[in-house]
Design a protein around this ligand. Structure first.
Ligand code: SAJ
Length: 433
């Protein structure tokens, strides 16, 4: 399949006189978003270069392999490499489209660090040709897309950059299109989800839309860059606030001596109530991080969003405290079910289950059994603690205390009868759902 996009006309009347770019699309950052996006684009016929600072990642991708676990990704990358449509490099090439998908971590002051986005912009500035379109996908504080344009303007005085609020087209387009895919369903959601595309000018949005509408089956909705940046932060803050409600409710219910799962199930039978599920805290790389981007941009007024973050962080502390109470009340073995940051995923980073398990292992290691169907061996942090990886059967046979930290499908057949005679703390309400 050829890329459904006529680059000659898209790049204006001077296109024929400009040097031809090396690639149609350059994706900067081959992580959880960049690599699947690059592979999907290649599968839709685009000639894609994935760029990463890690030589190891570049080598792996060029060999048709993947360095991250995500459903269907290995097949997609190997096929894309076989067709020659996906290659990887540590150098940014010339391209029609540049997509920036690098990390935007939090600093220790809970403010966003956009230095990787700025570094990507500088690398692009050294190569970009008139007519190109630069799209930021990384979750970013409001104003980042304009900052990218500013970095390029400083380094390339020969180019006219678009200006926010102006209707005038620049020599290159700069836009923001946040990723919205759910880990575990990334490949499917990349194609199916609606996309929000915010241009620095309306022309920038339209030019970025040409790329997305070639592979997105959902709607491609255009707006301005600041709105699109705020939309991304809003989506994850909305979810964090709603999970915080469930987590706070679970602590209140414990205080009142009522079963929170019964309360939620019955309250959700109201036609306008839809409470999410409490857990041992909120993990992952997005929901527990992105709300801080909003809070730090408006610290005096973002009170609910800040409090929700604090409530969700506290739930991990509270859960560990409750588990320690059980561990100290019983002399025998303790089985912790699940380490991942959410069910049916093998990602243990930023996982409250992992944090709780590590903390318990450090002080009670000899008694701790970890059951994690997505781990072949114990993560390195447990080395020397005495904790060991156990099968579910072994845990059920020998543990006195059972704690459900993650409701993996592999555990869902369990019923209270499987835990007869044991102390149980089910942080996810798995057996009530
Ligand atoms: N969680 C609960 N209770 C719930 C739902 C989730 O405790 O009822 C916990 C999970 O266990 C996990 C955390 O929240 O620890 C986050 O899981 P998630 O499934 O809510 O979200 P992520 O982090 O996997 O992906 C989110 C998604 N955003 C929204 O649903 C608004 C995804 O669409 C985004 O693309 C992604 O963040 C991102 O990259 O920003």
């Amino acid at each position: 399949m050829n890329a459904p996009f006529d680059t000659a006309t898209a790049f204006g009347p001077d296109a024929a006189t400009q040097p031809a770019p090396d690639h149609q699309v350059a994706v900067i950052g081959l992580g959880y978003i960049g690599l699947p996006t690059a592979a999907v684009l290649a599968s839709y016929g685009w000639n894609v270069c994935g760029v990463d600072v890690s030589e190891k990642v570049v080598e792996t991708v060029n060999a048709g392999g993947v360095h991250i676990e995500e459903r269907d990704l290995d097949r997609l990358v190997s096929e894309a490499c076989e067709t020659g449509r996906l290659t990887a490099s540590t150098e940014v090439p010339t391209a029609h489209f540049y997509m920036i998908a690098v990390p935007t971590p939090l600093t220790d002051k809970n403010t966003p660090d956009i230095s990787y986005v700025e570094a990507a912009a500088r690398a692009i500035a050294s190569k970009v040709l008139p007519g190109a379109c630069i799209i930021v996908e990384s979750t970013s504080p409001v104003g980042t897309t304009e900052r990218v344009a500013q970095v390029i303007a400083e380094l390339r005085p020969d180019l006219k950059l678009p200006v926010f609020g102006s209707q005038e087209a620049g020599d290159i387009a700069v836009a923001y299109c946040p990723e919205r895919v759910l880990p575990g369903k990334i490949v499917r959601e990349l194609v199916q989800n609606d996309r929000v595309i915010g241009g620095i000018t309306p022309d920038c949005a339209e030019r970025a839309k040409a790329l997305y509408s070639s592979f997105v089956e959902g709607d491609c909705l255009t707006t301005n860059a600041r709105v699109a940046e705020t939309v991304k932060l809003t989506e994850n803050s909305f979810r964090d606030v709603n999970i915080a409600f469930a987590n706070e409710l679970s602590v209140i219910a414990d205080d009142l001596g009522v079963d929170v799962w019964d309360v939620i199930a019955l309250a959700n039978r109201h036609p306008r109530v839809n409470i999410l599920q409490p857990g041992p805290g909120v993990g992952g790389h997005c929901i527990a991080v992105d709300p801080w981007f909003l809070v730090s941009s408006a610290p005096k007024v973002a009170r609910l969003i800040r409090t929700a973050r604090e409530v969700n962080d506290f739930k991990a502390v509270y859960s560990e405290r409750r588990i320690r109470g059980l561990v100290d009340a019983m002399p025998g073995k303790v089985a912790l079910l699940g380490l991942a940051f959410k069910p049916d995923i093998d990602d243990f980073r930023e996982s409250p289950a992992m944090e709780i398990a590590l903390s318990l292992a450090r002080t009670r290691g000899q008694r701790i059994m970890l059951v994690e169907p997505y781990a072949d061996e114990l993560p390195s942090g447990f080395a020397g603690t005495g904790a060991h990886l156990a099968s579910l059967d072994e845990a059920l046979a020998s543990a006195e205390v059972i704690v459900v930290l993650v409701d993996h499908t592999a555990f869902k057949h369990l019923t209270p009868a499987d835990f007869a005679g044991k102390m149980v703390y089910d942080t996810r309400g798995m057996m009530k759902r």
